[in-house]
Design a protein. Structure first.
Lengths: 231, 313
């Protein structure tokens, strides 16, 4: 597969194709810091790159989608080097978001317990004492990928994804935590549900939390869940 | 003049879609949506003299009925189905003039899966987040962000429409065979498969699961495909990407798919063949042929030029 190397902030990155109109940008060696991914995304988004429609940050790479088919990877690589040479570091405001979770509405306790070797209460304690960072969105509108899961409660995704995961489901997928903002198919192990929604289609931007924001889970009862959901 | 289209029966699933759907919102996880079979959708819009990207009805499996309040120019293209105007059989892929008060019925789609119905003129509906395309999961586009229901009414300003009868050239009308070969290019994780696993994958015939939808097509391999297990963290995806979950049943991501996915991206359907998937359904079988990126890019140009040369006014 075609590969191009380029330098961003004195670090070597690789560029390779993801179909006719998209590329992936990833570090040539090792895993990037999440904050570095976020910074590069902000710089590229702020550069007014013509023909670039979407910048997608993920844990280990950045997806760039273009309007037209890509005939020459070199051209993109040169352009990216140019716009990141003297980047103005955009200021990022980080907020803390408190997210109530009803763990009684989890769907995969059996799998979670047998995989981690821990009991439900211990998993809940570990899950709710961590502070998480919003790493990316993208599985469905407003799906929040959260960094900061304690490795003790890592759990692989289901081998057969569910065709329906409820709105507000709080999940574990490998070493990531996450929140489903809408009902959707999905393969994460579901540990609980939040009555909050982070996707507001009539807002600009349509998602009410931002990359880099902190998320803190707070355990609530089923009664409390129903109360908040009813509004 | 304003024509109103009354939805008498919406059928199994009818939505409003446009081309190319939403752009620039993938970082929030908002998919592009838009027409699944863009080839047929463009033909339908061409028949009525609209811009090829205009919103139109995407009819899934058929069995629907529409009523027009005024004389209206309509065009149908896509899968095969019996279409009646005031109980008289009419042709697909040819401009139709429907009189005031007349009803247009689309029967069950017998070949392919989707039919596109274009109405000549400017549709009087609102965009949401930059597109008319319906994405029901998040309540975006179409009529109130949902699929059509009986009783819905769409107004179209037809004052600029010219009534010229056009016929789609035969060269552009696809054949809907039960078995199709789809061209693919390699995805970022293709080399996770050993040579032998790659060969098996490319020789395997896949059935299409009934749980497929506008988000993804789930495939059932005739023989189980062995999947290499490695750590993988969610990464960017685009429509056409073929994911291979550890269960061994591939998923082809379609228009309503996410922008980030958690399964290895082994292949991607060549853009020139992506629209064909919009006409496949349970009972069809597909297999894949691997081509080079440069050939995939040539195919994009080839079909673009072919359409442009055959669809001259």
């Amino acid at each position: 597969m075609a590969l191009r190397s380029l330098q961003i902030n004195h670090t070597a990155w690789n560029l390779r194709s993801l179909g006719e109109r998209a590329v992936i940008l990833e570090p040539a060696a090792g895993d990037p810091e999440l904050s570095e991914i976020h910074t590069i995304c902000h710089i590229i988004e702020g550069a007014g790159y013509e023909g670039l429609t979407d910048v997608i940050p993920t844990y280990k790479s950045i997806g760039l989608i273009f309007n037209e088919p890509i005939l020459d990877l070199d051209e993109i690589s040169d352009q990216l080097e140019r716009i990141t040479v003297k980047p103005e570091r955009p200021e990022t405001k980080q907020r803390s978001v408190h997210v109530p979770v009803c763990y009684e509405l989890g769907l995969d306790w059996e799998e979670l317990e047998s995989h981690t070797g821990l009991e439900k209460d211990e998993i809940i304690r570990i899950h709710s004492e961590q502070h998480y960072t919003v790493a990316m969105m993208g599985f469905i509108p407003g799906f929040l990928y959260l960094q900061g899961l304690n490795p003790k409660i890592n759990c692989p995704r289901k081998s057969e994804p569910r065709t329906k995961v409820p709105k507000g489901a709080v999940g574990i997928g490998g070493n990531q935590a996450g929140i489903y903002s809408l009902e959707s198919p999905g393969g994460w192990q579901i540990i609980g549900r939040t009555p909050l929604s982070f996707f507001k289609p009539n807002n600009d931007p349509p998602v009410t939390v931002g990359l880099g924001d902190k998320v803190i889970f707070e355990r609530i009862s089923e009664d409390k869940f129903n109360e908040i959901e009813r509004g | 003049m304003i024509t109103a289209v009354n939805i008498i029966k919406p059928g199994f699933l009818t939505t409003i879609q446009d081309i190319p759907g939403r752009r620039g919102l993938k970082r929030f996880g908002i998919p592009s949506s838009g027409t699944m079979d863009t080839h047929s959708a463009e033909l339908a819009n061409w028949l009525v003299g609209n811009d090829l990207e205009s919103p139109l009805f995407e009819i899934t499996f058929g069995k629907c009925e529409f009523e027009f309040t005024e004389r209206t120019v309509v065009g149908l293209s896509g899968g095969k189905a019996k279409v009646l105007v005031s109980d008289e059989s009419v042709q697909l892929n040819k401009t139709l003039i429907v009189g005031p008060g007349e009803r247009l019925k689309v029967g069950r789609v017998s070949k392919g899966a989707r039919i596109y119905l274009a109405i000549g003129g400017r549709w009087q509906i609102k965009q949401s987040l930059g597109s008319f395309s319906t994405y029901a999961k998040a309540g975006l586009g179409g009529v109130n962000g949902r699929e059509l229901m009986s009783g819905d009414r769409i107004e179209v300003d037809s004052s600029q429409v010219q009534e010229s009868i056009k016929t789609v050239p035969d060269e552009l009308i696809p054949h809907f065979s039960r078995q199709q070969n789809i061209r693919v290019i390699t995805g970022p994780e293709w080399d996770w498969l050993r040579t032998e696993q790659k060969n098996v994958f490319l020789q395997t015939r896949f059935g299409i699961s009934s749980t497929s939808n506008r988000m993804g097509m789930r495939l059932k391999p005739e023989n189980n495909v062995e999947v290499p297990q490695r750590d993988y963290s969610s990464a960017p995806v685009v429509p056409g990407i073929i994911q291979l979950p550890s269960g061994g049943e591939p998923i082809i991501l379609m228009n309503d798919a996410q922008s980030v996915g958690g399964y290895p991206r082994i292949l991607k359907v060549a853009e020139a063949d992506l629209w064909r998937l919009g006409q496949l359904w349970q009972g069809n079988e597909i297999s894949f042929t691997l081509i080079e990126m440069r050939d995939a890019l040539k195919l994009v140009d080839y079909y673009k030029d072919l359409r442009a040369s055959l669809l001259l006014k």
